[in-house]
Design a protein around this ligand. Structure first.
Ligand code: AMP
Length: 284
């Protein structure tokens, strides 16, 4: 295993990448951006990107400007020691952990990055500003790390679509890879926020993935009318406070109408289990 170096300073990160590219012009830098409290979902992104790159950078930064809810930010789980222990079991070259003051020396940036047609739906409706904050930090991390590759999980499907668009529109020289959703054996999609679920809530949360799996089975058996699939979603999730649950076009994220017959799509859900908002999705 390679020795992992921790870099907190942004200038030092930039210097590292500059020197690495100078000394190894044909080698590739890969970046896995995270907010820490790492789990197998994050680790699987690292393993996937490893086959495309020679130098692996993992970033941990709980980005305050992508939290539209103060309570969610304050309660976001953190355990850097545990994260470092997990990372030392992988071939990570750099753990980049910039400080908040250094990332936002002038406070909250005034720029607003938006794709109105993609953010006026799904998580964008109830999390105003979330995607702008996310795109700003991803953009800035790319400026500092200058990765050849970066990887994002399909767990955050809307985020993945938005990042790919930003990379294309701003001609950013980085290739974007995706990672499959990693789940616990009982189906619950891994999330740093799962630790906040009480034991009983965690059991309740299983209805999310089991409903998505059911929809996929129905779809595969030929029941591909959007209205039918949406009805299953709403019926099995009716006990919970629902943010959204429907079937959407995989590229435009436009919701299918009840009478649409779908050939492909993504079933996506955001639901409150107690106070914790969980998201999950499945590509049909
Ligand atoms: P986060 O730390 O929650 O910001 O997530 C960092 C990256 O890990 C994002 O690209 C997420 O999409 C990805 N990720 C989070 N949970 C999972 C999961 N269960 N499976 C795959 N990727 C995930």
């Amino acid at each position: 295993l390679r020795q992992m170096k921790i870099i907190n300073n942004i200038f030092e990160m930039q210097e590292f990448s500059r020197q690495y590219q100078c000394q190894n012009p044909h080698k590739k830098i890969g970046l896995v951006p995270t907010m820490g409290y790492l789990h197998e979902g994050h680790l699987s992104l690292m393993r996937t990107i490893q086959s495309s790159c020679d130098c692996l950078v993992v970033s941990i930064f709980v980005n305050p400007i992508q939290f539209n809810n103060r309570d969610d930010l304050e309660k976001y789980p953190r355990d850097i020691e545990h994260d470092i222990a997990l990372l030392s079991g992988l071939d990570v070259d750099i753990l980049f952990m910039p400080g908040e003051i250094d990332v936002y020396p002038k406070g909250v940036p005034e720029i607003f990055m938006d794709y109105p047609k993609l953010t006026n739906k799904l998580c964008g409706i109830t999390r105003p500003g979330h995607f702008s904050g996310m795109l700003v930090i991803v953009h800035n991390l790319f400026q500092w790390v200058k990765p050849d590759y970066a990887i994002f999980g399909l767990k955050d499907y809307q985020q993945f679509i938005l990042i790919k668009k930003m990379i294309a529109d701003l001609a950013m020289p980085v290739k974007i890879l995706s990672g499959e959703i990693i789940r616990d054996p009982d189906g619950l999609a891994l999330s740093s926020r799962n630790v906040r679920l009480a034991p009983e809530e965690r059991i309740n949360a299983l209805v999310i993935s089991s409903t998505l799996f059911k929809i996929k089975r129905e779809f595969k058996s030929g029941k591909n009318q959007a209205g039918y699939l949406k009805k299953i979603l709403h019926e099995s999730l009716h006990k919970f406070k629902l943010d959204y649950a429907s079937v959407y076009d995989t590229d435009t994220l436009v919701e299918f109408g009840d009478n649409d017959i779908i050939k492909s799509g993504v079933a996506a859900v955001a639901v409150f289990i107690g106070e914790i908002r969980l998201i999950d999705n499945l590509i049909l």
